[in-house]
Design a protein around this ligand. Structure first.
Ligand code: NI
Length: 394
């Protein structure tokens, strides 16, 4: 490989203006999950302008670009997600969302722009690459069942030896990159419970079966699963996030709807927790003469980072940025459909810091005032290019 890591930065500097421009265009024109028509066309046209890439549209709103190196070698896939969220933006930049009710509030505009910048740089380096770089521009990360599984089903991972992905991360200060082997992001499951009692006059509770009192017991008893039934060393969240009942102060309602989320890493918990939940719901409702319906839906699989790929990525990042920049990532209970790619090839997902307290860039992801420090964008490009050179260099 004749391209040295020291040379990477100057290549990145040459595309940074474009990357920022692309990110701002995408930010201004957000599209929701499964509706990324203009976004994917923009990505397709931009990639086509680079030359040297084989382009395809695996699904209606996604794009894949393949860069075949001059020499045989492994296939490295890099993924960016492209969808926005149903939120009205409260920022007032000149490139703020033009569409009320839609906003890039998770940084996926930045992910897309960074991967475009990476493709631009690498499309000029095919004669130095041993193997293939596959750029995956994925739709619909934010909405279950997610775009990643559809991409896998469409065959985009065929022949891939390893896969990487970045999430820009506002809780992490710009200038840091967080890498972690093993469990990194949780499996987000969803549950729906209906408790059916017998409605009636609030002044005659004895003639009713009050589902509110029963549901209240269900909510508190469900917390016993986390605190009493499972190993405290296995991370687990069980949150009841919706409790809907009633129409007036003098009516005992007929039903209560309880919905919520369960977050976990261990596959066993995803069968054990719903079993315990239903046992509690059944026991409490039966004890009080009510009936129930219980539905549990598994969401994305957890993001579990492969050790060998992660260590290779960590080494590449340290060579590019130095020891001070690359820190150990903290696992968290959010979900990511990047796990779909990891189910067919070893991979690693890591965070590039995008927050900046001094500049007031402090809002969490999915917040109407969320934004990123754009200095994170060239860092993400440099990370991708550095990893490609480390993996597919001579
Ligand atoms: Ni996201």
């Amino acid at each position: 490989m004749t391209v040295e890591f020291t040379h990477v930065r100057s290549l990145v500097e040459q595309v940074t203006e474009d990357v920022v421009k692309w990110r701002r265009y995408l930010h201004q024109n957000p599209e929701l999950s499964f509706e990324e028509e203009k976004t994917s066309q923009f990505v397709y046209d931009t990639l086509a302008s680079f030359g040297g890439l084989e382009l395809s549209r695996p699904t209606k709103t996604s794009v894949v670009a393949r860069l075949k190196g001059a020499f045989p070698g492994p296939v490295l896939a890099i993924r960016a997600d492209m969808d926005a969220l149903p939120i009205t933006e409260e920022n007032h930049f000149d490139f703020a969302s033009k569409t009320p009710g839609k906003m890039h509030a998770c940084g996926h505009d930045g992910h897309t722009a960074m991967l475009l910048g990476t493709a631009k740089i690498l499309s000029g380096l095919a004669d130095k690459i041993h193997g293939e770089v596959r750029f995956i521009f994925q739709h619909a990360e934010e909405l279950f069942p997610g775009g990643a599984q559809q991409m896998v089903d469409a065959g985009v991972m065929e022949g891939v030896d390893s896969v990487i992905g970045i999430h820009l991360w506002s809780p992490l200060e710009v200038g840091k990159i967080a890498v972690r082997s093993g469990p990194f992001m949780a499996a987000p499951d969803t549950f729906y419970i209906t408790i059916r009692g017998k409605g009636g006059h609030a002044a005659q509770p004895h003639a009713t079966v009050d589902p509110i009192v029963i549901a209240a017991q269900v909510v508190t008893n469900l917390q016993h699963i986390v605190s009493r039934n499972t190993d405290p060393l296995d991370p687990l969240v069980l949150s009841v996030t919706q409790f809907h009942a009633g129409t007036a102060h003098n009516i005992i309602p007929e039903t209560v709807e309880l919905n919520g989320t369960v977050r976990s890493f261990k596959p066993e918990l995803r069968t054990e927790v719903p079993r315990r939940m239903e046992q509690i719901v059944k026991g409490i409702t039966e004890a009080h003469g009510a009936t129930y319906e219980f539905r549990y839906e598994q969401g994305y699989r957890p993001v579990i980072n492969d050790e060998a790929v992660t260590e290779k990525v960590r080494q590449a990042l340290i060579e590019v940025f130095g020891e001070d920049v690359v820190i150990e990532g903290e696992p968290h209970m959010g979900g990511e459909d990047f796990s779909a790619y990891q189910s067919v090839a070893p991979g690693t997902f890591f965070n590039v810091g995008a927050g900046n307290v001094e500049k007031g860039i402090v809002y969490p992801h999915h917040h109407p005032k969320f934004t990123i420090d754009e200095d994170s964008l060239p860092m993400g490009v440099e990370a991708f290019v550095g990893i490609v050179l480390k993996t597919l260099g001579a």
